[in-house]
Ligand binder design. Sequence first.
Ligand code: SF4
Length: 374
Amino acid sequence: MTMFTRSTPRLLSLSRQLFRLRGPSPIPKRFLGIPSAFLLDEYIPRYQLLTSVDAAKKRSLAYAHLRECNLCPRQCGVNRYETTGMCLIGAESAKVNVIAPHRGEEPCIQGYHGSGSVFFSGCSLRCVFCQNHDIAHQRNGFDLTPEELAEWYVKLQQIGKVHNINLVTPEHVVPQVALSILTARDMGLRLPILYNTSSFDSLDSLRLLDGLVDIYLPDFKVWRSSTSKRLLKADDYTSTAMESIKEMHRQVGDLSFTSDGIAKKGVLLRHLVMPGKEDEGREIMRWLAENVSRDLYVHIMEQYHPDAHVGKKRRVTRKVRFGESDSTSPPEEVRYAEINRAVRDEELGSVRDAAATAGLWRFCEVNEQSAFHL
Ligand code: SF4
Protein backbone atom coordinates (compact mmCIF):
# COMPACT_ATOMS: atom_id res chain seq x y z
CA MET A 1 0.00 0.00 0.00
CA THR A 2 1.45 3.37 -0.98
CA MET A 3 0.45 6.49 0.86
CA PHE A 4 1.71 10.01 0.52
CA THR A 5 0.52 11.87 3.58
CA ARG A 6 2.26 13.83 6.29
CA SER A 7 1.65 10.87 8.59
CA THR A 8 3.31 8.26 6.39
CA PRO A 9 6.25 7.80 8.82
CA ARG A 10 3.88 6.50 11.49
CA LEU A 11 2.68 3.70 9.23
CA LEU A 12 6.20 2.89 8.08
CA SER A 13 7.25 2.79 11.69
CA LEU A 14 4.36 0.39 12.30
CA SER A 15 5.59 -1.87 9.52
CA ARG A 16 9.05 -1.98 11.12
CA GLN A 17 7.46 -2.64 14.50
CA LEU A 18 5.40 -5.48 13.09
CA PHE A 19 8.38 -7.08 11.37
CA ARG A 20 10.37 -6.94 14.60
CA LEU A 21 7.57 -8.96 16.17
CA ARG A 22 8.03 -11.95 13.87
CA GLY A 23 8.35 -15.26 15.64
CA PRO A 24 7.13 -14.44 19.17
CA SER A 25 7.61 -17.01 21.87
CA PRO A 26 4.74 -19.47 22.31
CA ILE A 27 1.96 -18.50 24.71
CA PRO A 28 2.72 -20.00 28.12
CA LYS A 29 0.06 -22.23 29.61
CA ARG A 30 -0.61 -21.85 33.30
CA PHE A 31 -3.39 -22.24 35.79
CA LEU A 32 -5.27 -18.97 35.95
CA GLY A 33 -8.19 -19.88 38.16
CA ILE A 34 -10.85 -18.98 35.59
CA PRO A 35 -14.34 -19.86 36.89
CA SER A 36 -15.72 -22.66 34.71
CA ALA A 37 -18.78 -20.62 33.75
CA PHE A 38 -16.47 -18.19 31.93
CA LEU A 39 -14.02 -20.69 30.45
CA LEU A 40 -14.19 -21.52 26.74
CA ASP A 41 -12.70 -24.69 25.23
CA GLU A 42 -12.11 -22.97 21.93
CA TYR A 43 -13.43 -19.92 20.18
CA ILE A 44 -14.49 -19.08 16.65
CA PRO A 45 -15.14 -15.36 16.03
CA ARG A 46 -18.78 -14.50 15.46
CA TYR A 47 -18.14 -12.97 12.03
CA GLN A 48 -16.83 -16.36 10.86
CA LEU A 49 -20.19 -17.92 11.70
CA LEU A 50 -22.30 -15.53 9.60
CA THR A 51 -23.93 -17.04 6.53
CA SER A 52 -23.13 -15.44 3.18
CA VAL A 53 -26.72 -14.18 3.04
CA ASP A 54 -26.40 -12.48 6.45
CA ALA A 55 -23.05 -10.99 5.41
CA ALA A 56 -24.63 -9.56 2.24
CA LYS A 57 -27.49 -8.07 4.29
CA LYS A 58 -24.98 -6.39 6.60
CA ARG A 59 -23.13 -4.90 3.63
CA SER A 60 -26.35 -3.42 2.19
CA LEU A 61 -27.33 -2.05 5.59
CA ALA A 62 -23.92 -0.40 6.03
CA TYR A 63 -24.24 1.40 2.67
CA ALA A 64 -27.81 2.45 3.51
CA HIS A 65 -26.68 3.99 6.80
CA LEU A 66 -23.97 5.98 5.00
CA ARG A 67 -26.58 7.44 2.64
CA GLU A 68 -28.68 8.67 5.57
CA CYS A 69 -26.58 8.68 8.71
CA ASN A 70 -28.32 8.53 12.07
CA LEU A 71 -25.75 6.13 13.39
CA CYS A 72 -24.89 7.95 16.56
CA PRO A 73 -27.21 9.93 18.83
CA ARG A 74 -26.24 13.16 17.02
CA GLN A 75 -28.66 11.94 14.30
CA CYS A 76 -27.39 14.24 11.55
CA GLY A 77 -29.43 12.45 8.84
CA VAL A 78 -26.89 13.42 6.15
CA ASN A 79 -25.81 11.56 3.03
CA ARG A 80 -22.14 11.03 3.88
CA TYR A 81 -21.27 10.49 0.19
CA GLU A 82 -22.15 14.17 -0.36
CA THR A 83 -21.42 15.94 2.90
CA THR A 84 -20.35 15.30 6.48
CA GLY A 85 -22.21 15.47 9.78
CA MET A 86 -20.96 16.49 13.17
CA CYS A 87 -18.21 13.83 13.19
CA LEU A 88 -16.77 15.40 9.99
CA ILE A 89 -16.00 11.98 8.48
CA GLY A 90 -17.37 11.06 5.03
CA ALA A 91 -18.44 7.72 3.55
CA GLU A 92 -15.62 6.30 1.46
CA SER A 93 -13.05 5.89 4.20
CA ALA A 94 -12.31 6.21 7.91
CA LYS A 95 -9.58 8.41 9.33
CA VAL A 96 -7.05 6.41 11.33
CA ASN A 97 -4.34 7.85 13.56
CA VAL A 98 -2.30 4.82 14.62
CA ILE A 99 -2.34 1.08 13.88
CA ALA A 100 -0.06 -0.99 16.12
CA PRO A 101 0.22 -3.88 18.56
CA HIS A 102 -0.69 -2.19 21.85
CA ARG A 103 0.26 -3.23 25.40
CA GLY A 104 -1.66 -0.56 27.29
CA GLU A 105 -4.89 -2.52 27.71
CA GLU A 106 -6.16 -4.87 30.42
CA PRO A 107 -4.01 -8.04 30.82
CA CYS A 108 -6.73 -10.28 29.40
CA ILE A 109 -6.93 -8.06 26.29
CA GLN A 110 -3.26 -7.27 25.63
CA GLY A 111 -2.18 -10.78 26.62
CA TYR A 112 1.36 -11.77 25.72
CA HIS A 113 1.77 -10.25 22.26
CA GLY A 114 -0.38 -7.14 22.46
CA SER A 115 -3.78 -6.07 21.20
CA GLY A 116 -3.96 -5.12 17.51
CA SER A 117 -5.21 -1.58 18.01
CA VAL A 118 -6.66 0.71 15.38
CA PHE A 119 -7.11 4.24 16.77
CA PHE A 120 -9.73 6.08 14.73
CA SER A 121 -9.50 9.86 14.50
CA GLY A 122 -12.52 11.97 15.39
CA CYS A 123 -15.30 11.29 17.86
CA SER A 124 -19.00 11.98 18.28
CA LEU A 125 -18.43 13.21 21.87
CA ARG A 126 -16.48 16.31 22.87
CA CYS A 127 -15.16 15.39 26.34
CA VAL A 128 -13.36 18.41 27.76
CA PHE A 129 -10.95 16.11 29.65
CA CYS A 130 -10.33 13.69 26.75
CA GLN A 131 -7.23 11.61 27.53
CA ASN A 132 -6.73 11.01 23.76
CA HIS A 133 -7.65 14.50 22.56
CA ASP A 134 -4.86 14.74 20.00
CA ILE A 135 -6.45 11.78 18.20
CA ALA A 136 -10.13 12.25 18.98
CA HIS A 137 -10.50 15.99 18.54
CA GLN A 138 -7.92 16.96 15.95
CA ARG A 139 -8.66 14.39 13.24
CA ASN A 140 -5.03 13.79 12.33
CA GLY A 141 -4.22 10.64 10.40
CA PHE A 142 -4.72 8.61 7.24
CA ASP A 143 -7.82 8.00 5.20
CA LEU A 144 -8.22 4.22 4.86
CA THR A 145 -10.96 2.49 2.88
CA PRO A 146 -12.66 -0.59 4.36
CA GLU A 147 -10.52 -2.78 2.09
CA GLU A 148 -7.30 -1.09 3.31
CA LEU A 149 -8.43 -1.46 6.92
CA ALA A 150 -9.02 -5.18 6.33
CA GLU A 151 -5.48 -5.54 4.94
CA TRP A 152 -4.11 -4.00 8.17
CA TYR A 153 -6.15 -6.37 10.35
CA VAL A 154 -4.64 -9.32 8.50
CA LYS A 155 -1.12 -7.85 8.82
CA LEU A 156 -1.63 -7.45 12.55
CA GLN A 157 -2.70 -11.09 12.72
CA GLN A 158 0.00 -12.55 10.49
CA ILE A 159 3.01 -10.42 11.38
CA GLY A 160 2.13 -8.88 14.74
CA LYS A 161 0.71 -12.15 16.14
CA VAL A 162 -1.67 -10.04 18.23
CA HIS A 163 -4.57 -11.57 20.18
CA ASN A 164 -7.39 -9.46 18.75
CA ILE A 165 -8.31 -6.50 16.56
CA ASN A 166 -9.13 -3.59 18.87
CA LEU A 167 -11.19 -0.82 17.22
CA VAL A 168 -10.73 2.29 19.36
CA THR A 169 -13.34 5.10 19.13
CA PRO A 170 -15.15 3.66 16.10
CA GLU A 171 -18.69 4.94 16.91
CA HIS A 172 -18.77 7.44 14.02
CA VAL A 173 -17.36 5.00 11.40
CA VAL A 174 -19.42 1.89 12.15
CA PRO A 175 -20.47 1.27 8.49
CA GLN A 176 -16.84 1.42 7.31
CA VAL A 177 -15.85 -0.85 10.22
CA ALA A 178 -18.60 -3.37 9.41
CA LEU A 179 -17.49 -3.48 5.76
CA SER A 180 -13.84 -3.89 6.80
CA ILE A 181 -14.63 -6.86 9.08
CA LEU A 182 -16.62 -8.57 6.31
CA THR A 183 -13.75 -8.03 3.86
CA ALA A 184 -11.17 -9.26 6.38
CA ARG A 185 -13.19 -12.42 7.02
CA ASP A 186 -12.88 -13.26 3.32
CA MET A 187 -9.13 -12.57 3.57
CA GLY A 188 -8.63 -15.11 6.39
CA LEU A 189 -8.94 -13.02 9.57
CA ARG A 190 -9.72 -15.25 12.54
CA LEU A 191 -9.07 -12.97 15.55
CA PRO A 192 -11.81 -11.70 17.88
CA ILE A 193 -13.00 -8.17 17.11
CA LEU A 194 -13.12 -5.64 20.00
CA TYR A 195 -15.36 -2.59 19.84
CA ASN A 196 -13.82 -0.01 22.20
CA THR A 197 -16.49 2.64 22.71
CA SER A 198 -17.62 5.60 24.81
CA SER A 199 -21.11 3.97 24.80
CA PHE A 200 -22.51 6.96 22.91
CA ASP A 201 -23.89 4.51 20.33
CA SER A 202 -27.31 4.17 18.78
CA LEU A 203 -29.21 0.89 18.82
CA ASP A 204 -29.23 0.88 14.99
CA SER A 205 -25.48 1.04 15.03
CA LEU A 206 -25.14 -1.80 17.53
CA ARG A 207 -27.57 -3.96 15.55
CA LEU A 208 -25.38 -3.52 12.48
CA LEU A 209 -22.46 -4.76 14.59
CA ASP A 210 -24.37 -7.75 15.98
CA GLY A 211 -22.59 -10.86 14.67
CA LEU A 212 -19.42 -8.92 13.79
CA VAL A 213 -18.10 -7.98 17.25
CA ASP A 214 -16.88 -10.49 19.84
CA ILE A 215 -15.93 -8.23 22.75
CA TYR A 216 -17.44 -4.89 23.65
CA LEU A 217 -15.29 -2.50 25.73
CA PRO A 218 -17.78 0.22 26.72
CA ASP A 219 -16.97 3.16 28.98
CA PHE A 220 -19.69 4.35 31.34
CA LYS A 221 -18.39 7.84 31.99
CA VAL A 222 -20.80 9.92 34.11
CA TRP A 223 -24.24 9.61 35.65
CA ARG A 224 -25.87 13.04 35.84
CA SER A 225 -27.15 14.81 32.71
CA SER A 226 -25.80 18.11 34.01
CA THR A 227 -22.33 16.54 34.17
CA SER A 228 -22.53 15.02 30.70
CA LYS A 229 -23.76 18.30 29.28
CA ARG A 230 -20.88 20.24 30.83
CA LEU A 231 -18.03 17.74 30.48
CA LEU A 232 -18.99 15.57 27.45
CA LYS A 233 -21.04 18.18 25.56
CA ALA A 234 -23.93 15.70 25.32
CA ASP A 235 -26.92 15.99 27.61
CA ASP A 236 -28.38 12.60 26.60
CA TYR A 237 -25.23 10.59 27.31
CA THR A 238 -26.39 8.59 30.34
CA SER A 239 -29.66 7.31 28.91
CA THR A 240 -27.86 6.44 25.66
CA ALA A 241 -25.10 4.59 27.51
CA MET A 242 -27.66 2.60 29.52
CA GLU A 243 -29.46 1.38 26.38
CA SER A 244 -26.21 0.70 24.56
CA ILE A 245 -24.58 -1.33 27.33
CA LYS A 246 -27.71 -3.45 27.78
CA GLU A 247 -27.74 -4.19 24.03
CA MET A 248 -24.02 -5.05 24.01
CA HIS A 249 -24.53 -7.46 26.90
CA ARG A 250 -27.56 -8.99 25.16
CA GLN A 251 -25.39 -9.75 22.14
CA VAL A 252 -22.26 -11.23 23.73
CA GLY A 253 -22.94 -11.78 27.47
CA ASP A 254 -20.38 -11.79 30.28
CA LEU A 255 -16.67 -11.83 29.53
CA SER A 256 -15.28 -15.31 28.84
CA PHE A 257 -11.74 -16.59 28.33
CA THR A 258 -9.83 -19.45 26.83
CA SER A 259 -7.47 -21.35 29.14
CA ASP A 260 -4.51 -19.09 28.32
CA GLY A 261 -6.32 -16.23 30.12
CA ILE A 262 -7.08 -14.25 26.93
CA ALA A 263 -10.60 -12.79 26.69
CA LYS A 264 -12.51 -13.99 23.63
CA LYS A 265 -16.15 -12.94 24.03
CA GLY A 266 -18.33 -10.73 26.22
CA VAL A 267 -18.46 -7.26 27.76
CA LEU A 268 -15.61 -5.59 29.68
CA LEU A 269 -17.02 -2.42 31.26
CA ARG A 270 -14.73 0.50 32.08
CA HIS A 271 -15.37 3.39 34.42
CA LEU A 272 -12.80 6.15 34.86
CA VAL A 273 -13.30 7.61 38.34
CA MET A 274 -13.45 11.40 38.06
CA PRO A 275 -12.33 13.84 40.77
CA GLY A 276 -15.27 14.92 42.89
CA LYS A 277 -17.67 12.68 40.92
CA GLU A 278 -17.40 9.51 42.99
CA ASP A 279 -21.11 9.70 43.81
CA GLU A 280 -21.79 9.30 40.08
CA GLY A 281 -19.42 6.32 39.96
CA ARG A 282 -21.33 4.69 42.81
CA GLU A 283 -24.66 5.18 40.98
CA ILE A 284 -23.19 3.65 37.84
CA MET A 285 -22.00 0.55 39.73
CA ARG A 286 -25.41 0.06 41.35
CA TRP A 287 -27.17 0.43 38.01
CA LEU A 288 -24.85 -2.06 36.28
CA ALA A 289 -25.36 -4.68 38.98
CA GLU A 290 -29.14 -4.32 38.95
CA ASN A 291 -29.74 -3.86 35.23
CA VAL A 292 -26.96 -5.59 33.30
CA SER A 293 -25.35 -8.45 35.27
CA ARG A 294 -23.73 -9.06 38.64
CA ASP A 295 -21.22 -11.19 36.68
CA LEU A 296 -20.23 -8.19 34.56
CA TYR A 297 -16.44 -7.84 34.28
CA VAL A 298 -15.62 -4.31 35.45
CA HIS A 299 -12.46 -2.21 35.32
CA ILE A 300 -12.64 0.73 37.75
CA MET A 301 -9.87 2.97 36.47
CA GLU A 302 -7.81 5.39 38.51
CA GLN A 303 -5.61 7.03 35.89
CA TYR A 304 -7.60 10.24 35.35
CA HIS A 305 -5.40 13.29 34.87
CA PRO A 306 -6.30 16.81 33.77
CA ASP A 307 -5.96 16.99 29.99
CA ALA A 308 -7.37 18.66 26.87
CA HIS A 309 -9.29 21.79 27.98
CA VAL A 310 -9.09 21.14 31.73
CA GLY A 311 -6.80 23.50 33.64
CA LYS A 312 -6.18 25.76 30.67
CA LYS A 313 -6.13 29.44 31.56
CA ARG A 314 -9.09 31.52 30.53
CA ARG A 315 -9.28 35.30 30.64
CA VAL A 316 -12.42 36.70 32.22
CA THR A 317 -12.93 40.45 32.31
CA ARG A 318 -13.63 42.19 35.60
CA LYS A 319 -16.80 43.50 33.96
CA VAL A 320 -18.10 39.94 33.59
CA ARG A 321 -16.90 38.68 36.97
CA PHE A 322 -17.55 41.62 39.24
CA GLY A 323 -19.89 43.89 37.31
CA GLU A 324 -17.13 46.44 36.79
CA SER A 325 -17.03 48.38 33.55
CA ASP A 326 -13.61 50.00 33.57
CA SER A 327 -11.26 47.01 33.71
CA THR A 328 -7.87 47.24 32.02
CA SER A 329 -6.18 44.09 33.46
CA PRO A 330 -8.50 41.05 33.42
CA PRO A 331 -7.72 38.27 35.92
CA GLU A 332 -7.14 34.69 34.71
CA GLU A 333 -9.27 31.70 35.56
CA VAL A 334 -8.67 28.01 35.06
CA ARG A 335 -11.20 26.15 32.91
CA TYR A 336 -13.10 23.22 34.46
CA ALA A 337 -11.38 23.84 37.79
CA GLU A 338 -13.57 21.26 39.54
CA ILE A 339 -11.80 18.39 37.74
CA ASN A 340 -8.35 19.97 37.56
CA ARG A 341 -6.67 17.45 39.86
CA ALA A 342 -5.95 13.74 40.18
CA VAL A 343 -8.43 11.35 41.80
CA ARG A 344 -7.99 10.75 45.53
CA ASP A 345 -7.64 7.27 47.02
CA GLU A 346 -10.81 7.70 49.09
CA GLU A 347 -12.81 8.60 45.94
CA LEU A 348 -11.55 5.50 44.18
CA GLY A 349 -12.21 3.38 47.25
CA SER A 350 -15.77 4.57 47.59
CA VAL A 351 -16.60 3.55 44.00
CA ARG A 352 -14.95 0.15 44.53
CA ASP A 353 -16.86 -0.38 47.78
CA ALA A 354 -20.15 0.55 46.12
CA ALA A 355 -19.47 -1.92 43.30
CA ALA A 356 -18.79 -4.77 45.73
CA THR A 357 -21.79 -3.85 47.88
CA ALA A 358 -24.01 -3.92 44.78
CA GLY A 359 -22.89 -7.50 44.12
CA LEU A 360 -20.32 -7.02 41.37
CA TRP A 361 -17.31 -9.28 41.90
CA ARG A 362 -15.38 -9.64 38.65
CA PHE A 363 -12.92 -6.77 38.69
CA CYS A 364 -9.91 -6.20 36.48
CA GLU A 365 -6.80 -6.22 38.66
CA VAL A 366 -3.22 -7.35 38.29
CA ASN A 367 -2.01 -9.22 41.35
CA GLU A 368 1.37 -8.81 43.03
CA GLN A 369 3.02 -11.36 40.73
CA SER A 370 1.65 -9.49 37.70
CA ALA A 371 -0.38 -12.57 36.80
CA PHE A 372 -3.94 -12.44 35.62
CA HIS A 373 -6.73 -12.00 38.12
CA LEU A 374 -9.87 -13.36 36.52
S1 SF4 B 1 -21.91 9.20 12.81
FE1 SF4 B 1 -21.35 11.32 12.19
S2 SF4 B 1 -22.76 11.82 10.50
FE2 SF4 B 1 -23.60 10.00 11.53
S3 SF4 B 1 -25.07 10.80 13.02
FE3 SF4 B 1 -23.11 10.58 14.13
S4 SF4 B 1 -22.04 12.57 13.94
FE4 SF4 B 1 -23.73 12.53 12.44
